[in-house]
Ligand binder design. Structure first.
Ligand code: NAP
Length: 246
């Protein structure tokens, strides 16, 4: 049990990578707050965990809304008493080439992927400082490291997440809190299902390991960063991309 009795918040845990992280954490002994904007998928993830005999609650949250994030932290602490791990996973895309991107597309993606990560971390950090220990894992992307056609807004947020990770690694490290990022490559979820098959095939061909990633691949890396095994890892960006950019 690598996370026995650790209280873990996972945002966007209704489906995809976040759901897999929540399931994996719970199977390693964690008490998981499944934090999600969609009540149906969020409640379903929490039920699936409970049916397996593990510990979880569903907490409805919109990470863009600071009142909602405050309530998420209050609900989690009133239920479980503390917060050991925060995984900032909730994220969206709204793709368009630079010359066609609308202000609405820009604002929407910045709101969830960048401000959402700021909101959640700012709300959780004081609890972790009080405890003198904590782990924060931010889900960035290969796109934040290398850019991508049609993703000006998304790339800005995912690079921004790396900047925030390094800043918080400095600010919070001395308080016993490790802050790291995971940069997944192209992972098979509903997010990438929106991409043309031609592009996905191209990404697969470019990947030395010869396949796209799975949510399980990402959850394994996040589990390492959430566990005590990573106690001397801080401010790192762990790529989980099959070596796509080699
Ligand atoms: P996904 O399948 O679209 O799941 C994202 C989840 O976040 C959904 O359940 C979504 O709810 C939720 N969400 C959206 N806005 C929210 C908000 N304002 N508040 C709370 N929850 C919200 O995406 P994914 O592929 O699992 O991606 C998870 C993370 O990994 C994202 O940060 C993404 O950028 C990153 N990532 C993904 C890939 C990839 O290839 N899939 C690669 C690199 C990085 P709804 O169902 O209501 O939309």
């Amino acid at each position: 049990m690598r996370l026995r009795d650790k209280v873990c918040i996972v945002t966007g845990a209704g489906r995809g990578i976040g759901k897999e992280i929540a399931l994996r954490f719970a199977s390693e002994g964690a008490k998981v707050a499944v934090c999600e904007i969609d009540e149906m998928t969020g409640a379903a993830t929490a039920s699936e965990i409970q049916e397996k005999g593990h510990e979880a609650i569903f907490v409805k949250v919109d990470v863009t809304n600071r009142e909602s994030v405050k309530a998420m932290v209050e609900e989690t602490t009133s239920h479980y008493g503390r917060i050991d791990v925060l995984v900032n996973n909730a994220g969206i895309t709204a793709d368009a080439l630079l010359v066609k991107m609308t202000e609405e597309q820009w604002d929407k993606v910045i709101g969830v992927n960048l401000k959402g990560v700021f909101n959640c971390t700012q709300a959780v950090a004081p609890k972790m400082i009080e405890q003198g220990k904590g782990k924060i894992i931010n889900i960035s992307s290969v796109v934040g490291l290398y850019g991508n056609f049609g993703q000006t807004n998304y790339a800005a947020t995912k690079s921004g997440v790396i900047g925030m990770t390094k800043t918080w690694g400095k600010e919070l490290g001395r308080k016993g809190i490790n802050v790291n990022a995971v940069a997944p490559g192209f992972i098979i979820t509903e997010m990438t299902a929106k991409m043309p098959q031609k592009v996905l095939d191209m990404m697969k061909d470019k990947t030395p390991l010869g396949r796209l990633g799975t949510p399980q691949d990402v959850a394994s890396a996040v589990l390492f960063l959430a566990s005590d095994e990573s106690d001397y890892v801080n401010g790192a960006v762990l790529s989980v991309d099959g070596g796509i950019v080699l």
